[in-house]
Write a protein that binds this ligand. Structure first.
Ligand code: BMA
Length: 374
């Protein structure tokens, strides 16, 4: 009898370990497609090789050109595309054919296919309008917005209709063989700051977590999407792990942990390096503990007036951390000075080539060769 009890206890223990293990190492979505499972494993594996470079809206527009010209400022300077391509879903919720920065969703779909064909990585943020006021994502006039979209809230049906549009777009990302293209979804970002309707002072911890979990469950279970990895990405406003993780929805809802940092002004160099290092130390430690990916999900220095910013500021700030990628923000074509990657002739272009040539920075060709999806 004693033996039987011991045996049963041992079996329960082994089963518990196994569940924990598989639950933690695979995607948060337990029904994720084979390609999505591979993507997560490949992203983990490639951190041993280096840090991937990413750029928001890289293929959509840049300095002096707008898609469909089919260019890339990063490629013009380095001869290669970035490894990670950021795109934004803002205004898809409204049924608009173009996003908040005027990029047509149809073009995004074409670009995602192209990127998938060469084994790049796509990550989507979502600057969703404020569903309570119908104003922008930055409308923080009410702290009732998040509550209003949760089950039982006055805008819940409106919110699920918004998610239906998000889901329709994600499910339209298929290749010519009908394979669902896996992408990283990074909703409700910079939530530790208070400049978006889902920010720190605009909702409670419970409300934020409920918003995240509802969104995750609705997309994955209700809508049957299984090509998404989920990124939790804070604003660089936290000073310790406890603060960073305060609104973490849980291991079953997140695949990647990140945060966003920008340098402001020429005298912001040291502060940027110190802040990023402190942030990356926290994010990578928490990610390791939870067996998740880590990344510097947004970074940059607007207008890049520092000619050695890449090797002299960004690289020293990130080089010691095991992160998947660093993504710099967009090169607006219609807002002078609002750019974060160099273009030919730009002050930091030569230094960017040096950064590109470093063995530990990864761009598209290295990613194609490595193939994280295999
Ligand atoms: C901000 C700016 C805005 C843009 C938004 C969403 O940081 O670049 O111009 O609309 O991101 O991409």
């Amino acid at each position: 009898m004693k033996k039987l009890i011991l045996l049963t206890a041992a079996m329960v223990f082994i089963a518990a370990c196994a569940t924990n293990q598989s639950g933690r190492t695979g995607p948060a979505d337990k029904s994720a497609t084979a390609e999505t499972v591979n993507m997560l494993a490949g992203l983990k594996a490639i951190t041993e090789k280096g840090i991937m470079f990413g750029h928001q809206d890289d293929l959509a527009y840049g300095s002096g050109w707008v898609y469909p010209d089919g260019e890339s400022d990063v490629k013009k300077v380095t001869s290669d595309y970035p490894a990670v391509y950021g795109m934004d879903l803002g205004h898809i919720e409204l049924g608009s054919p173009v996003n908040l920065d005027s990029v047509p969703f149809d073009d995004m779909r074409t670009l995602v296919k192209e990127i998938w064909a060469r084994r790049g990585v796509v990550t989507f943020s979502w600057h969703a309008d404020n569903p309570l006021t119908d104003s922008s994502a930055w409308d923080i006039t009410s702290d009732m917005t998040v509550a209003s979209v949760l089950p039982g809230g006055g805008n819940h049906d409106k919110y699920t209709a918004w998610l239906d549009r998000v889901a329709a777009f994600f499910s339209s990302l298929t290749d010519d063989d009908g394979v669902a293209i896996p992408v990283i979804f990074r909703p409700y970002h910079e939530h530790t700051g208070s400049w978006f309707w889902w920010g720190q002072k605009l909702c409670t911890t419970d409300e934020y977590i409920s918003l995240w979990r509802f969104t995750f469950n609705y997309l994955c279970e209700e809508k049957g999407l299984h090509n998404l990895l989920f990124a939790y990405s804070a604003a660089g406003t936290f000073t310790d792990a406890e603060q960073y993780i305060e609104r973490y929805p849980g291991d079953d809802y997140v695949d990647l942990l990140g945060c966003d940092y920008y340098q402001s002004g020429t005298d912001g160099k040291e502060a940027f390096i110190n802040d990023v290092m402190q942030g990356m130390a926290i994010v990578t430690a928490v990610a390791a503990e939870h067996q998740k990916l880590a990344a510097l999900t947004e970074a940059g220095y607007e207008s890049l007036p520092d000619s050695t910013w890449w090797t002299g500021t960004l690289w020293p700030a990130i080089k010691d951390y095991k992160i998947s990628y660093v993504l710099v923000w967009r090169n607006a074509h219609n807002r002078p000075g609002h750019f974060y990657a160099p273009y030919p002739g730009q002050a930091s272009a030569d230094d960017f080539v040096e950064f590109f040539n470093m063995p530990s920075t990864l761009f598209q060709k290295e990613l194609t060769e490595f193939d994280i999806y295999k």
